[in-house]
Design a protein around this ligand. Structure first.
Ligand code: ZN
Length: 115
């Protein structure tokens, strides 16, 4: 997995954590368990720092798709995209983003990574 993709997966993890932390029901529950209130701020700062290191076009692609999907970057199992569970043709489409090549699922468009 290339470095950009690895960072993008980390960024997505942070986004999911931020979303969970901001979920009111969950937030109440975690507050009871002693989840620090500034936790979200720390997550957001880390996300910001990570976003700065990412290829701008890759980040834009991610941001655009994250409005549609909870998970934008998904693993591939064999030749099946684990975002939409559709089989992929032998070679997934390659899209060039200034030096960074990422695979997109031809069916749902999610960014793919191989485990
Ligand atoms: Zn897909």
């Amino acid at each position: 997995m290339n470095e950009q993709l690895q960072m993008l997966v980390a960024l997505q993890d942070l986004d999911l954590m931020i979303r969970e932390a901001k979920d009111p029901e969950r937030a109440n529950r975690e507050e009871e368990l002693g989840f620090p209130l500034d936790g979200v701020v720390k997550l957001e700062r880390t996300r910001e720092r990570l976003a700065k290191q990412l290829d701008e076009r890759l980040l834009q692609m991610y941001e655009r798709m994250s409005r549609r999907y909870a998970r934008v970057v998904v693993p591939v199992e064999g030749s099946v995209c684990l975002g939409c569970f559709m089989g992929l043709p032998t070679a997934a489409s390659h899209r060039r983003t200034s030096g960074t090549t990422v695979d997109n699922c031809e069916n749902c468009g999610r960014i793919l990574y191989r485990l």
